[in-house]
Unconditional design. Structure first.
Length: 375
């Protein structure tokens, strides 16, 4: 019995020694398993922390409660961007506790892993957290239209609002700046339209100005032509009057000296010239006495000037016949004054002197080519 008890005691001692030898290995294995378990729990806990409280379809997820009662204003601004740019805008806030030291960029990548469509070409994701610079992700449709420096400048402009805790207004202002930057620039179109409108207006004014000048020039030319015709008619009638006054006493003397036949012919020629001259003088008097045909300072219509020019031109032309008759009479008087007995062929004299047609009145400074001349 004693021997068996001793044998059992040795076995227990050997087992204890074996357990004591393997104890460090068990301790190491236990510690490793414990650390692994703790690490898995930490990763799971962190993953649970960074997940946004909203869904992938939310326009605004205010996890950090930065917007308060103005979350509707943020949603409206995001929708305004969507309507303007054909974009899909999302705004997310996150607390520092949920970030657990991660950056906003990393937080976006995590959200994108849960919501893959947020990485689409038309997506625009703005993430904000207290103590962090805002983060903006732009899809491929917009990323080339704005640089990181542009966004940094925008965040600087609204930093004071963030500092004062006015996160809602700061976010709205930031979204508006992003919208303005990404909106198509139609300035060149408006500038081009403005230039075209200015050129068109200038062209219209130029056409109006040119036409006005042309109209004034035509009216001035018509008035000058009418004045010239009037003056020519007045001069022609004045010449007739002077010539009649000059010939009348000379012919009266000659009638007593020359043969009766010559006296009859000379007297008849002179009276015919005076009669025709009287009719022309009367017509000119009617024109000058009529306010509608007597040119004065008032401005008339173009057709009125043209009509007056024709009227005075006709008077001038009509004055040519008595003028030629008086010229013939003066030629006869001059010859008879030299030789009262000279036989004169009055028919041939008047035939040669009669006008064969009239030319229009010429302007001053040009050859008149008048078919009559004074003494």
């Amino acid at each position: 019995m004693n021997v068996m008890k001793q044998h059992r005691g040795r076995l227990r001692g050997e087992q204890m020694m074996t357990i004591l030898k393997r104890l460090p290995l068990f301790v190491v294995l236990f510690v490793t398993l414990a650390l692994t378990f703790i690490g898995l729990q930490a990763q799971t806990g962190h993953a649970q922390q960074v997940m946004p409280s909203g869904s992938c379809g939310d326009t605004v997820s205010d996890d950090a409660q930065l917007f308060g009662s103005r979350i509707v204003d943020i949603v409206n601004q995001a929708k305004a961007i969507n309507d303007s740019l054909q974009a899909d805008t999302r705004v997310v806030t996150v607390s520092q506790n949920k970030l657990a030291g991660s950056s906003l960029r990393d937080y976006f990548y995590y959200i994108q892993s849960k919501c893959p469509n947020w990485g689409g070409p038309n997506f625009m994701v703005l993430i904000l957290a207290k103590g962090n610079e805002p983060f903006l992700h732009l899809g491929s449709n917009f990323s080339t239209k704005m640089t990181a420096a542009d966004f940094q400048q925008m965040t600087l402009s609204i930093r004071s609002e963030f500092t004062n805790g006015n996160y809602a207004q700061a976010t709205i202002d930031l979204l508006k700046q992003v919208q303005k930057k990404l909106s198509p620039d139609y300035t060149w179109i408006w500038v081009t339209l403005a230039v075209l409108v200015a050129l068109g207006a200038a062209g219209v004014l130029a056409v109006v100005f040119v036409r006005r000048r042309q109209a004034v020039a035509v009216a001035t030319n018509a008035r000058e032509s009418a004045i010239l015709a009037k003056q020519a008619a007045v001069n022609a009638i004045s010449l007739l009057s002077r010539q009649i006054g000059d010939l009348s006493p000379r012919i009266e003397v000659l009638l007593a000296l020359i043969p009766e036949v010559a006296a009859t012919q000379l007297s008849g020629l002179f009276e015919a010239a005076k009669e025709k001259a009287s009719r022309v003088q009367e017509r000119l008097g009617n024109l000058l006495g009529n306010p509608a045909t007597n040119l004065n300072s008032k401005t008339l219509q173009l057709e009125h000037y043209a009509q007056m020019q024709r009227d005075y031109q006709e008077v001038y032309n009509e004055a040519q016949e008595p003028q030629y008759l008086l010229n013939a009479a003066e030629t006869a008087v001059q010859r008879l004054e030299r030789n009262p007995q000279e036989e004169i062929d009055f028919q041939q004299l008047t035939t040669q002197g009669l006008p064969q047609g009239y030319r229009p009145i010429s302007r001053p400074g040009y050859s008149s080519e008048s078919t009559w001349s004074g003494r």
